[in-house]
Design a protein around this ligand. Structure first.
Ligand code: AMP
Ligand code: MG
Length: 413
């Protein structure tokens, strides 16, 4: 079996997976971290009325040439408009955000005005320089026009987008239903955290890591625990999981020695491809469809499991959840950095080494590897903030060479 390049494996999955279909309607607050299932057009103009950008005076510009100073006819505050009628030679004392009276076509800031109280008690205002027509007036629809597309279907509702909807008075949104994801780990050697470790056993890291990442992706999680390496139990549990969930994510049992055994079980339940991906860590990976659910089989090795989840499963789940293509493409961003240290790299697979990047004294992005890069060593993740992505054909990297880095997105940071 030949190795599949990461980009091809990802494209193949994205082509095959459908985008979300089922929707529900929620209030804005309930919609946080959900995926928008409709295009949203603005129901109103923003601002919805002409208002002042300054504290100052509003008037008709033409009056300045006919009068030696304007008398103040009243006040306009934000939320409390001037209700009178403006006669020739009059102006309105106006505050920022207040409605500009219909007769006025200019606002002059108070710093450019001089006031004088007349014996009649009226206030006379004179201006030091001639203002421009329309000056300091925020026009109706200047920010958003009624009918403008403000958020496209497939956008994520978050701190950046929800307040925008609130500013338009939109109280409810149609969102895609959350993905139900079943998780389980396989391996006779695994023990759940919180239980004593018997000789020859190890703690189950993957189910914990996958759960945390799925929580960040706002999925509904169904935890099927740890399965011993027993085909009968595999079949029963996989079957049960796929009846209840949209997606089943397993770890372990896909590497060469174990793949055949898992393969037999999965072939009975659906159509699963056992892939060898040209990536390090993370070569063995399984993808396909059970009767009722999509299937992702992560490698058992914890670092491999995490890297394949991040690089392959994260975008795949985004597609299933209804995230739009543009945003899926932007889940990871590549930057160029100077490697501070030599890096060991064998040609043939794309490396995802763990690195720490920062801006050095010369103002350039520099990166150094963190810890050792063995795929079983999880500890290095904690101090890293990026993957150093070393292309398939590349060999060892010398200090000072340019490399591609991929800063961790919110899933890992
Ligand atoms: P496997 O893919 O099942 O052959 O597992 C590869 C390696 O990862 C073995 O050393 C396993 O013990 C280890 N491993 C498998 N699953 C887990 C897990 N859930 N947590 C920690 N290590 C695991
Ligand atoms: Mg195993």
């Amino acid at each position: 079996m030949s190795l599949r390049p990461v980009s091809e494996a990802l494209q193949e999955m994205l082509n095959r997976l459908p985008s979300a279909k089922t929707t529900e309607t929620l209030t804005l607050a309930e919609g946080a971290n959900r995926i928008l299932a409709e295009d949203i057009y603005s129901p109103i103009n923003v601002p919805s009325f002409n208002n002042s950008a300054m504290d100052g005076y509003a008037f008709r510009l033409a009056d300045l040439t006919n009068f030696d100073g304007l008398t103040v006819a009243g006040k306009a505050f934000a939320g409390n408009p001037f209700s009178g009628e403006l006669k020739a030679g009059e102006c309105v004392r106006i505050m920022t955000g207040a409605m500009v009276p219909a007769e006025c076509d200019v606002v002059v800031m108070q710093e450019e005005a001089e006031t004088q109280t007349l014996t009649s008690g009226q206030v006379l205002v004179k201006f030091c320089k001639l203002p421009k027509l329309g000056q300091n007036i925020r026009r109706v629809g200047e920010d958003v026009k009624q009918g403008d597309l403000v958020l496209a279907k497939g956008s994520v509702l978050n701190v950046a987008s929800l307040p925008l909807l609130a500013s338009l008075g939109i109280a409810q949104v149609s969102v895609f239903t959350r993905l139900k994801v079943a998780i389980l780990s396989t391996g006779d050697e695994l023990t759940s955290v919180g239980h004593p470790l018997e000789q020859g056993k190890i703690y189950d890291t993957n189910r914990f890591a996958v759960r945390l990442m799925l929580e960040k992706l706002n999925c509904e999680i169904l935890d099927f625990g740890i399965l011993p390496d027993d085909p009968v139990i595999f079949e029963q549990t996989f079957n049960q999981a796929q009846q209840q969930a949209d997606v089943l994510i397993t770890s372990g049992g896909v590497s060469v020695g174990e793949a055949d055994f898992t393969k037999d079980v999965l072939e009975k339940l659906g159509e699963i491809g056992f892939w060898k991906i040209a990536m390090k860590p993370g070569k063995p990976f399984a993808f396909g469809k059970l009767q009722h659910a999509w299937f992702f089989g992560l490698p058992g090795n914890p670092v491999s499991a995490l890297v394949t989840f991040y690089q392959l499963v994260q975008p795949a789940l985004a597609k299933l959840a209804g995230v739009n293509a543009q945003r899926i493409a932007n889940l990871t961003q590549n930057l160029t950095a100077m490697s501070e240290m030599p890096l060991k790299k064998a040609a043939g697979r794309q490396d995802y080494q763990r690195g720490f990047y920062y801006v050095n004294e010369q103002g350039e992005i520099a990166v150094r590897p963190v810890g050792t890069q063995g795929s079983h060593l999880f500890s290095a993740f904690y101090e890293s903030n990026c993957f150093i992505v070393l292309e398939t054909e590349r060999g060892n990297v010398n200090a000072g060479e340019t490399v591609t880095i991929q800063p961790f997105n919110h899933l890992l940071s």
